[in-house]
Design a protein around this ligand. Structure first.
Ligand SMILES: *Cc1c(COP(=O)(O)O)cnc(C)c1O
Length: 405
């Protein structure tokens, strides 16, 4: 149905390696390789590959770039944001003490509590609670899933080494304590605040609000190689960095990813954000036009739930009028050649989203031309509806369980 050559997309690497082609309109997904880099970032990564380097010097260079990007005193790079959470917690527990670092995670001492709001205990591919536990942190759950009160945080902070705050579309979006209040209460008890802002475009706001450490993914909107950015107060950053001699060993970042992440951060500070936004808006517009008037289908661009400067096209499917449900359509898009992976996180509510952030040239048009044929195809209604829904809920784990079977 879709003739790949019509869109000028280069699939030569996938084809030569025998890998499935993928068009990603779902967002920055680990299961699809995170993000795609520019030539500039790819070149910086490649340049580091065949050379030795003093790693501490390269990390100090990263620290300068992170400081410019985030307003932090200092920073370092690690394998991922998830690793960054563990290292930040570890640093807050031990300070700059190599013997204490070596004792983690089994002997963290008595001051190893990590206060975190119940509504922030999300999963981003793994539970955030596990990133705390990997460092020897003892999670102190604050409040209930949809409400945190000030006194609950105050009471939880005794015996805490850190308080963790998560900014994400994955967390409960009402009843949570605002970051400034969270910081004020934690600081009054002398407890540093770590913010997991892995997927947030706001690179300065968390630290400006008083957070002691802010953590970002290098491979999400920044478009770097897989990496985690840990930024914050110098003493805590140094303590967290020390854990590369301990629990951080298995979270090691290589020189090539560091060079690429530095290039990605520099690129971010220079790039024409408005032009990229305009290109994303163009994609949303041609997609919305393509689905306009289709039976049982409604679509509308919606702002990102955590106010990132980004919109996605939400597509509702009414199975009484359209040939299939949203969950069935998600599966149908995945069966195309090339497969189109749409954002189906909330498909049980009767919609899916189209994310314009990771498009290669030609892909906006390819997606546009696939929309009407799929959304009017009676065959989509024949897809097993129950397993389509179960796939959306359990697919992430299923892919691991069925791997190599
Ligand atoms: C993606 C994400 C993570 C994990 O980031 P990685 O860099 O892939 O480890 C952690 N927290 C939140 C809120 C995320 O969105």
């Amino acid at each position: 149905m879709l003739r790949n050559e019509d869109y000028g997309i280069d699939w030569s690497w996938h084809d030569a390696e025998g890998l499935s082609r993928v068009v990603n309109v779902s967002g920055t997904m680990t299961s699809l390789g995170g993000s795609i880099t520019t030539e500039r970032v790819a070149r910086a990564t490649a340049a580091a590959m065949p050379r030795f380097v003093n790693i501490h010097e390269l990390q100090a260079r990263a620290s300068q770039t992170i400081a410019r990007l985030t307003g932090a005193e200092a920073g370092f790079l690690t394998a991922s944001a998830s690793a960054g959470i563990s290292l930040a917690v570890a640093g807050c527990i031990t300070g700059l003490d190599p013997a204490k670092a070596e004792a983690l995670p089994t002997r963290p001492g008595d001051t190893n509590g990590v206060a975190v709001q119940m509504g922030h205990l999300c999963e981003y591919g793994a539970p955030v609670s596990q990133a705390i536990a990997l460092a020897g942190g003892d999670q102190r759950i604050v409040g209930q899933s949809t409400l945190t009160r000030d006194y609950q945080l105050e009471a939880a902070l005794d015996g805490c080494a850190a308080a963790l705050y998560v900014v994400s579309h994955h967390v409960v979006d009402y009843g949570m304590m605002p970051l400034d209040t969270f910081v004020r209460i934690a600081h009054a008890k002398g407890v540093p605040v770590i913010v997991d802002a892995a997927s947030e475009y706001d690179l300065t706001g968390m630290l400006a609000t008083g957070a002691d450490i802010a953590i970002y993914s290098g491979h999400k909107f920044l478009g770097g190689p897989t990496s985690g950015i840990v930024a914050g107060r110098k003493a805590l950053i140094r303590a967290a960095y020390l854990h590369n001699t301990g629990i951080g060993r298995g979270m090691k970042i290589g020189k090539e990813s560091m060079a690429g992440a530095i290039a990605a951060m520099e690129q971010w500070m220079e790039r024409d954000h408005e032009a990229i936004r305009a290109e994303e808006t163009r994609a949303l517009t041609i997609w919305a036009e393509a689905v306009a008037g289709l039976p049982g289908i409604t679509a509308k661009p919606l702002p990102d739930p955590t106010n990132n400067p980004l919109e996605r096209l939400r597509v509702w499917a009414d199975p009484a009028l359209a040939p299939a449900s949203a969950a069935q359509f998600v599966v149908a898009f995945g069966k195309l050649d090339p497969p189109i992976v749409v954002r189906g996180h909330e498909v049980e509510k009767g919609y899916f989203d189209l994310d314009p952030c990771n498009l290669m040239p030609g892909q906006a048009e390819l997606v546009r031309d696939a929309l009407k044929p799929v959304l009017t195809d009676p065959a989509a209604g024949a897809i097993d509806a129950r397993s389509a829904l179960a796939g959306a809920r359990n697919g992430g784990t299923e892919s691991y369980l069925t791997w190599l079977t």
